[in-house]
Write a protein that binds this ligand. Structure first.
Ligand code: PLP
Length: 371
């Protein structure tokens, strides 16, 4: 075991106005789901993404569910999703009674391969859900073109991609709507929390209706639909607003970490495959993710164990959805890239609190264990 402090894969940074704003909630007693921070955070987030509406939710999964409900996804409707994602993307479709249709990913970017989407479209397809995995926006132009041609909606799962961009537009401003997560390990955090962004007035109104039990905004305690309680609290929004005020600094600190990895990993040669960054926009590196090179005698899972013994946390790339028990019936033989990435992909420590010495330690450890 190492005597050095443990290096974690992610860590929130709460050194802005978070404390002051939370105290303001406590001192004013506005701790529930009404209050100035909710509206301020929603407005600031919409402006940041360059969209008309932002709707705050209690987490990124409920944001996805709410967005799909507002888009009218129900039993029999198919939603196209990359198999390499976090399970919440698929579960949200399942909550609606919809059907998940899985597509393989690009081996370099980990994002859905647009060239494979059209073959999966049927008369029941309603929407495509690209996921901006690990902080890089999916190749949206071909996706939007396919959606337009077939009359489909596009929902970005941008949970990991606050601040990312594509061809001059922010993530969150590319599809019919987009969802974000503010879980503790995400780019910005509210503890638990989520957001939906959209330019569509009607979708936004429906999301607000369903977020708050379906209560008619003009008639108290009148419920025209079965809604949910997916509201964010003022305390969460207070933290979120403070986080958003400093998002540029958070992202710049991550970029430094990425630059150190890029430079220092060179000495490992082809034992690791470094992340591929598209020239189409900003990759925010929620997780700096490598793949193990060929010809090593160790395995990805062994590498994770060995790093842990040296006080360094790392994480496996997500397992593809079609090997999970609830979605195993969706397994087909055209999802091999997702399987390969899920088997040899490794998330390295990536957060704003890491120093150059930390990255030196991670790279030296990798040098030792990648045999
Ligand atoms: C984190 C995440 C979610 C879910 O967000 P929660 O806030 O944890 O509910 C959804 N999709 C992706 C891709 C994620 O990484």
């Amino acid at each position: 075991m190492s005597d050095l402090p443990r290096i974690s894969v992610a860590a929130p940074r709460l050194d802005g106005n978070e404390r002051d704003y939370v105290l303001e909630c406590l001192d004013s007693t506005w701790i529930s789901s009404a209050g100035r921070f909710i509206t301020d955070f929603e407005r600031a987030f919409a402006d940041y993404c360059g969209v008309k509406h932002a709707i705050a939710c209690n987490n990124g999964t409920t944001a996805l569910h709410l967005a799909l409900v507002a888009m009218g996804i129900g039993p029999g409707d198919e939603v196209i999703i990359p198999s390499l994602t976090y399970i919440a993307s698929c579960n949200a479709v399942t909550y609606c009674g919809g059907t998940v249709v899985l597509v393989d990913n690009d081996p370099r970017t980990f994002n859905i391969d647009p060239a494979l989407i059209e073959a999966k479209i049927t008369p029941r397809t309603k929407a495509i859900m690209p996921v901006h995995l690990y902080g890089q926006v999916a190749d949206m132009d071909p996706i939007l073109e396919i959606a337009k041609k077939h009359g489909l909606m596009v929902i970005e799962d941008a949970a990991e991609a606050v601040g990312a961009s594509y061809k001059g537009k922010m993530s969150g401003a590319l599809g019919d709507c987009a969802t974000f997560s503010f879980f503790g390990n995400k780019i910005i955090t509210t503890g638990e929390g989520g957001m939906i962004t959209t330019n569509n007035d009607e979708l936004a109104a429906t999301m607000r209706l369903y977020r708050s039990q379906g209560m008619d905004p003009n008639r108290r305690y009148w419920f025209p639909v079965v809604g949910f309680n997916y509201r964010m609290t003022n305390i969460q929004a207070a933290i979120g607003l403070a986080q958003l005020e400093r998002v540029d600094e958070h992202l710049a600190a991550r970029e430094k970490v990425v630059a150190w990895y890029e430079q220092k990993l060179a000495r490992l040669g082809n034992r690791v495959i470094k992340p591929h960054v598209e020239s189409t926009g900003r990759h925010v590196f929620w997780m700096y993710t490598v793949r193990l090179g060929e010809g090593l005698s160790t395995s990805r899972d062994q590498v994770i164990k060995d790093l842990e013994a040296m006080g360094i946390e790392s994480r496996p790339v997500f397992h593809p959805m079609h090997i999970m028990p609830p979605y195993a019936h969706l397994a087909t033989d055209d999802l091999k890239v997702a399987e390969a990435c899920g088997a040899d992909g490794l998330n390295l420590p990536t957060h704003a609190g890491l120093s150059e010495a930390d990255i030196d330690r991670v790279v030296a450890a990798l040098d030792q264990v990648l045999v």
